[in-house]
Design a protein around this ligand. Structure first.
Ligand code: ACO
Ligand code: ZN
Length: 490
């Protein structure tokens, strides 16, 4: 074969294993090329897949027969020039723009109708008489789209002006990741996010950390995270699983562990049931911890841009206890004050714990906090693909739980308004409406809008609830909300 050079921007089918471990050849774009030990490696993004599957591949995995060269004029016309940052299904993209537009229009139409006509729900749970619920909606509210746009700026990480690192045990000086010291070896990025994005794109669209050791787990990052550049060449980055400090070697970690006496996250333990605890951490009071948590989280969060300050945030870290300590499982962050009713900014279950119900536990906890605050809340947009799946599942189960518990008075259809569902659950009204729509419960029946709970829905819900073992027990929550607006500058 004559030497045709595969360059950045080329597209061609690339061999990968799918979830069933079968070979497939999806179209991919070459994002970068490098040469190690005389051998070329290609960093590829599979066009219709989430960016977390991007990887370095050897030349034998490229289908050269179908090589397409980059078009001159424009690259993928996505915002920020980040072709891979579109959220999609866990594997393949699902929601196309026309579908999204259609959905948004549908939701708007439904809200309009909700405002004019009382809604009825008919429960087809038992084959006997249908039980219906009247639903009314009052104020008009803007619709929030769930499935998100592309790479919108999100608050995740503080950025600090770069400062020289000392010591050869990078990040090992006890004070080098210390708040009093201003996080020198931490994030290498500049204060201005937005203006820096285009410049950063080439770097930030590629994973930079190969492997993270955290307690007994080895984590494979999905996305870029702004750890200091010199640490990105390491085969393994070591983290103290309790204070989340990063270290360049096992030796440095071991030395750190002799001095670090944390066995749980800093902050107050505000919830404990069984082995599950939640700690509340103030981003201002525990800066170092919060920043190290954000660095770790960024490895698994794509659509978040780095923000310069953790001060405006609280971090709720969920842990699992054993004789060695309280091990981090996941967390969510939350603005101390949100003008948009956000009750979660970023949410993460660490990969070794994913798909075991912890994500929904974190979500449930976030709504329990909102209940104590007497507010409704919603997660910050855009949601990731997995974030959307988890929230949809949580909202569906929460709303169905309420609808199915409704009792009919004297043979009448039991009634409930969307406002009431929202008040009971602290789920923001727009999310209640979008969930009813997503579940396809809304029907037109004898001149009225009716929500029909089909047998399939009811059975599916009952089966799902039997599998949902992990639940938050509100009695175990010891939380007093603070009025941050009265605290001056936090
Ligand atoms: N593929 C298909 N479905 C999935 C997957 C997956 N990979 N992961 C979760 N789900 C579904 C589950 O099936 C479950 O639904 P079900 O109970 O109806 O079957 C639901 O999502 C929740 O599952 P959990 O086990 O409770 O959630 P998990 O612990 O895996 O955490 C989370 C979910 C937090 C979104 C996790 O995937 C994660 O940390 N992802 C990376 C970070 C991220 O994307 N966070 C959300 C960003 S949006 C925001 O921050 C506001
Ligand atoms: Zn430590």
């Amino acid at each position: 074969v004559a030497s045709v050079e595969v360059i950045e921007g080329c597209r061609l089918p690339v061999l990968r294993k799918n979830q069933e471990n079968e070979d497939e050849w999806p179209l991919a774009e070459i994002l970068s090329v490098k040469e190690t030990a005389g051998r070329k490696l290609y960093y590829v993004h599979y066009i219709d897949f989430n960016k977390r599957l991007d990887e370095w591949v050897t030349p034998d995995r490229l289908d050269m027969k179908k090589l397409q060269f980059p078009k001159k004029e424009a690259k993928t016309p996505t915002k920020n020039g980040l072709p891979g940052s579109r959220p999609g299904s866990p594997e393949r993209e699902m929601v196309s723009a026309p579908v999204l537009t259609f959905l948004i229009i549908k939701i708007i139409m439904i809200i309009r109708k909700l405002l004019q006509i009382p809604y009825w729900i008919r429960s087809a749970k038992r084959k006997a008489d249908p039980v219906s619920l009247a639903m009314q909606v009052s104020p008009a509210t803007p619709v929030s789209t769930l499935s998100a746009s592309n790479g919108t700026a999100r608050r995740l990480m503080p950025s600090q002006p770069g400062r020289k690192r000392k010591a050869n045990c990078v990040g090992t000086d006890e004070d080098s990741q210390d708040s009093s010291d201003g996080i020198p070896s931490a994030p290498r990025m500049t204060g201005s996010l937005v203006s820096d994005r285009s410049h950063d794109d080439i770097v930030t669209r590629m994973k930079n950390i190969d492997c993270i050791e955290l307690g007994r787990h080895r984590l494979k990052p999905w996305y870029f995270s702004p750890y200091p550049q010199e640490l990105t060449a390491l085969p393994i980055l070591y983290l103290c699983e309790f204070c989340l400090k990063y270290l360049k070697s096992l030796k440095c970690l071991q030395r750190h562990l002799t001095k670090c006496n944390l066995r749980h996250p800093p902050g107050n333990e505000i919830y404990r049931k069984g082995t599950i605890s939640f700690f509340e951490i103030d981003g201002r009071k525990n800066k170092t911890y919060s920043q190290n948590l954000c660095l770790l989280a960024k490895c698994f969060l794509d659509h978040k841009t780095l923000y310069y300050d953790t001060d405006p945030f609280l971090f709720y870290v969920m842990t699992e206890y054993d004789s060695k300590g309280f091990h981090i499982v996941g967390y969510f962050s939350k603005e101390k004050e949100s003008t948009e009713d956000y009750n979660v900014a970023c949410i993460l279950t660490l990969p070794p714990y994913q798909r075991r119900g912890y994500g929904k536990l974190l979500i449930e906890f976030s709504y329990e906090l909102s209940k104590v605050e007497g507010k409704t809340g919603t997660p910050e947009k855009p949601l990731s693909d997995l974030g959307l799946l988890s929230y949809r599942s949580y909202w569906s189960q929460t709303i169905l739980e309420i609808l199915m518990d409704l009792k009919s008075d004297n043979g009448e259809r039991p009634q409930i308004t969307i406002n009431e569902i929202s008040e009971i659950t602290s789920v923001k009204k727009e999310d209640v409406i979008s969930t009813l729509q997503y579940l396809n419960l809304i029907n037109y029946y004898k001149g009225q809008y009716i929500l029909t709970l089909s047998e399939d829905i009811v059975d599916g819900h009952e089966r799902a609830m039997q599998k949902r073992h992990l639940r938050i027990d509100p009695k175990c929550l010891h939380f007093t909300p603070k009025d941050w607006s009265k605290r001056g500058k936090w």
